[in-house]
Design a protein around this ligand. Structure first.
Ligand code: PAF
Length: 279
């Protein structure tokens, strides 16, 4: 695996690959890689013959007081996993390479996509995500890129961005990878104490219950959401939201809408977890 830390070197190497006719598939990450990331790398291989990963903890998508400083940075271990997964290139720039001066030009996703759900509790988060992904796309110029469905809203925002800017990039979803007890894999799971880790799968079980109720015909989504949040609170969680939404745009469904997803975000101690389940 070739590792590049500068934009110029990464562009030059990938330019050669493009000219050789290889299909470049890109998996952007913030590192601290787990099986969910590795599944994305493996899926990337099904979609192309030059696999590029990036590792960059993007300050722009963290709000003051969030975990930017303590976000786990584990480059050496990550590189070993990427090599084992057969990744061809890693772009891992230092912050000064991607943001040599404050980033003034940004991608501002529309509020109906970015100010709901995660965006309500993390204002500006999707501006930060869209801006760095646009910049990474401009450096890597991939034919396709993969994003995990664990960050369901992120997937929707980035798919819309690519469509509306007519970027010639295929956006491919990756399924959420779960621990045997159902907890969705996430770099933030590492923040959990042993007791919190034992409690954490309740978030997924709560989503399963909501999904089951909807599948059984319940259309009173507001009641299901309230009950789910009360259930989490009763077990020590501080939920931000549990929401049944339309898959396509994450807006509130009418009783006739059938393609749904239930999404949740909740704090357990000082760790904020998110998860979702297509219904
Ligand atoms: O999902 C992530 O890890 C990040 O939001 C991304 C897409 C790499 C942008 O920083």
């Amino acid at each position: 695996m070739q590792i590049y830390t500068t934009i110029a070197a990464c562009r030059a190497a990938l330019g050669t690959e493009r000219q050789a006719g290889r299909r470049i598939v890109f998996v952007p990450t913030m590192g601290n890689l787990h099986e969910g990331h590795i599944a994305l790398m493996q899926k990337a291989r099904e979609h192309g013959d030059c696999i590029v990963a990036s590792i960059f903890v993007n300050r722009l998508q963290f709000r003051p007081g969030e975990d930017f400083d303590k976000y786990p940075r584990t480059l050496e271990a990550d590189c070993e996993k990427l090599v084992a997964a057969g990744v061809d290139y890693l772009f891992a720039p230092p912050e000064a390479e991607l943001y040599p001066s404050p980033q003034r030009y940004v991608v501002e996703p529309p509020p109906e996509h970015a100010a709901i759900l995660e965006g309500e509790f993390r204002p500006g988060h999707f501006r930060g995500v869209a801006t760095v992904v646009m910049k990474l796309f401009s450096i890597v110029q991939p034919h396709a890129a993969l994003f995990g469905k664990k960050d369901y809203q992120q997937f929707m925002v980035l798919s819309s961005m690519v469509r509306e800017f007519a970027l010639p990039i295929e956006i491919i979803p990756g399924e959420t990878v779960r621990a045997p007890d159902g907890l969705a894999l996430s770099s933030r799971n590492g923040y959990l104490s042993p007791e919190e880790r034992a409690e954490a799968p309740r978030l997924y079980r709560t989503l399963l219950n909501v999904a089951e109720a909807v599948r059984s015909g319940c259309r009173d989504y507001a009641r299901l959401e309230t009950e789910a949040m009360d259930h989490l609170r009763a077990h020590g969680w501080v939920p931000d939201y549990v929401a049944v939404r339309k898959r396509i745009d994450l807006q509130c469904p009418t009783p006739e809408d059938i393609s749904l997803v239930v999404l949740a975000a909740a704090r357990l101690g000082s760790t904020r977890l998110i998860d979702n389940l297509e219904i």
